[in-house]
Design a protein around this ligand. Structure first.
Ligand SMILES: *[C@@H]1O[C@H](CO)[C@@H](O)[C@H](O)[C@H]1NC(C)=O
Ligand SMILES: *[C@@H]1O[C@H](CO)[C@@H](O)[C@H](O)[C@H]1NC(C)=O
Ligand SMILES: *[C@@H]1O[C@H](CO)[C@@H](O)[C@H](O)[C@H]1NC(C)=O
Ligand SMILES: *[C@@H]1O[C@H](CO)[C@@H](O)[C@H](O)[C@H]1NC(C)=O
Ligand SMILES: *[C@@H]1O[C@H](CO)[C@@H](O)[C@H](O)[C@H]1NC(C)=O
Ligand SMILES: *[C@@H]1O[C@H](CO)[C@@H](O)[C@H](O)[C@H]1NC(C)=O
Ligand SMILES: *[C@@H]1O[C@H](CO)[C@@H](O)[C@H](O)[C@H]1NC(C)=O
Ligand SMILES: *[C@@H]1O[C@H](CO)[C@@H](O)[C@H](O)[C@H]1NC(C)=O
Ligand SMILES: *[C@@H]1O[C@H](CO)[C@@H](O)[C@H](O)[C@H]1NC(C)=O
Length: 431
């Protein structure tokens, strides 16, 4: 161990040996405008007074086109917010800290030295503490404080900061279903983020030979599970997890080959979903744009900020003409406590066409406040449903699952637009 560098060199050589390499595709010149459209959407969504979204900053930094003024403003906002959260002991989960660390690193800022509001904080040290608390909680309660998606982000962000991370908890795949579960299915997003984190750890070359074998086994297993979620059109999981899955497969050439995955097909399917508005949520845009450019989160390390092109001007898009006469649609809303069956509630509603699930909930509450009430909380994805009639989601135990008829929704209440006749369901479900 006196000369760790010696251990690194053979590893680098072995990485460059010809082997199975999955391709890393990216948009061509003709497809570029679709990627640019999402970059502009993220820039346009930036609101200097709202809670910042580190995921959009990471995506903008990983792109080849930049609007440097907006990015600088986002960096400042992010630093202010991080310091404020620490000062006021506000909500700052491990995975969110990890995203802040990666966003600052991607901006060539030192996350160990974050100065704002006359204070300097070390976000990497904070992340180490948060990750440690996650491990303690797993030890004591058999589950993390947050979830395995956030643990994957923690591992990735710490590794990219050269911190040696104890990854044993994600190597133990005995309860893979619980860790990567998502309702009842396998969570491609979680697996993809863990693959990226473990790939970074593997590349650092600080693992013991025993750990190296366990990491390789875990990566092989997760990559095959991700591939099993590939649909015939190339979507992996659902359209929102496809971008993260692509990133994971980009770095997993050792564990999959081109006969198992056609990168170009997946890319084209993702691009085709852009004009349909699938990525109009800035968070959704931020998770797909790196892949469209053939990039991964692991590249937040070593970006050459000094040579950024400032070539993405903000084009002020004219506001859409006011829709004078919105047609109305009829939807039903059914709410069920599917865990203890303490209540169920149903209402038929008339709402404007193009409104969101959230508007339907608001309308029900407006009409029958004594029978129906709900609360929401903000997240990077927008508002999510916390409680209905006082029955609240419990982390890792139960949540309000949303459906249209029998089909679970893959969008949140702030993004999903019901069609006429939609049978909206919110059912309290245990994990
Ligand atoms: C920006 O965010 C603030 C706080 O959430 C909100 O009040 C304001 O309306 C937003 N501005 C725009 C232009 O969306
Ligand atoms: C922290 O950043 C400030 C400027 O923001 C700089 O003056 C200082 O030298 C940095 N400290 C370390 C330890 O890098
Ligand atoms: C920072 O310190 C300066 C000088 O001590 C003071 O005038 C200013 O109000 C402080 N700002 C904040 C945000 O605390
Ligand atoms: C991590 O280590 C590498 C190699 O020693 C070094 O080039 C890089 O600057 C380090 N990065 C950080 C964030 O400490
Ligand atoms: C890593 O974490 C596991 C589980 O929390 C623990 O059992 C193990 O001792 C840790 N390993 C090291 C080297 O700290
Ligand atoms: C690709 O991987 C699959 C599954 O591991 C294997 O069956 C197949 O032979 C591989 N194809 C090539 C060309 O290596
Ligand atoms: C991959 O998909 C693209 C786009 O659908 C298609 O044109 C191409 O033939 C496919 N390649 C292989 C090897 O199947
Ligand atoms: C709006 O639509 C209603 C019903 O479809 C119709 O009766 C009304 O005349 C329309 N108003 C305008 C201003 O177009
Ligand atoms: C909603 O409308 C459907 C179809 O018209 C009807 O069967 C159902 O009883 C209505 N539900 C409520 C709660 O009024």
């Amino acid at each position: 161990m006196a000369h760790p560098g010696l251990l690194v060199i053979p590893l680098l050589i072995s990485l460059s040996l010809p082997g199975l390499h999955s391709e890393r595709c990216q948009v061509n010149e003709d497809q570029k405008p679709l990627e640019i459209r999402l970059l502009e959407l993220m820039i346009g969504s930036y609101n200097a007074t709202a809670t910042p979204n580190p995921s959009t900053l990471i995506a903008l930094r990983l792109a080849r086109e930049h609007n440097l003024e907006t990015e600088r403003s986002m960096v400042k906002r992010l630093k202010d917010d991080a310091v404020k959260r620490v000062q006021t002991s506000a909500d700052f989960s491990s995975g969110l800290v990890a995203l802040y660390v990666m966003a600052l690193q991607a901006s060539c800022e030192d996350p160990r030295n974050v100065s704002a509001l006359n204070t300097t904080i070390d976000l990497v040290q904070l992340l180490e503490e948060k990750y440690h608390q996650e491990l303690v909680n797993i030890d004591e309660q058999q589950q993390p404080l947050t979830n395995y998606y956030q643990l994957g982000l923690d591992i990735m962000a710490l590794c990219l900061q050269n911190v040696t991370v104890n990854v044993s908890i994600v190597l133990d795949t005995t309860c893979a279903d619980k860790k990567y579960g998502h309702g009842k299915g396998f969570s491609v997003d979680t697996a993809a983020v863990v693959v990226l984190g473990l790939t970074c750890v593997k590349k650092r070359g600080t693992l013991t030979s025993e750990e190296t074998v366990a990491v390789a086994d875990t990566l092989r297993s997760l990559v095959q599970k991700i591939l099993q979620e590939k649909k015939s059109d190339g979507v992996i999981g659902n359209i929102y997890s496809t971008g993260l899955a692509m990133q994971a497969l980009f770095v997993s050439g050792d564990y999959c080959n081109s006969s198992q995955w056609n990168c170009t097909q997946t890319l084209e399917t993702a691009l085709n979903a852009i004009p349909e508005g699938a990525f109009d949520n800035p968070m959704a845009a931020s998770q797909v744009t790196p892949s469209l450019g053939g990039r991964t989160y692991l590249e937040v390390k070593g970006l050459d900020c000094a040579n950024d092109q400032d070539n993405l001007p903000i084009i002020s898009t004219p506001a859409p003409p006011p829709v004078s006469n919105l047609s109305e649609i009829t939807v039903s809303l059914t709410v069920v406590d599917g865990v203890k069956n303490t209540f169920s509630y149903s209402i038929n509603l008339t709402v404007p066409e193009g409104c969101y699930f959230l508007d339907v909930l608001n309308e029900a509450q407006r009409l029958q406040p004594d029978k129906f009430s709900f609360t929401v909380k903000d997240s990077l994805w927008g508002p999510y449903l916390v409680s209905i009639n006082g029955l609240a989601a419990v982390n890792n135990e139960a949540y309000w699952q949303l459906k249209n008829g029998d089909i679970p929704l893959d969008q949140g209440i702030g993004s999903y637009k019901p069609a006429n006749g939609a049978k909206l369901v919110a059912i309290f479900t245990s994990l």
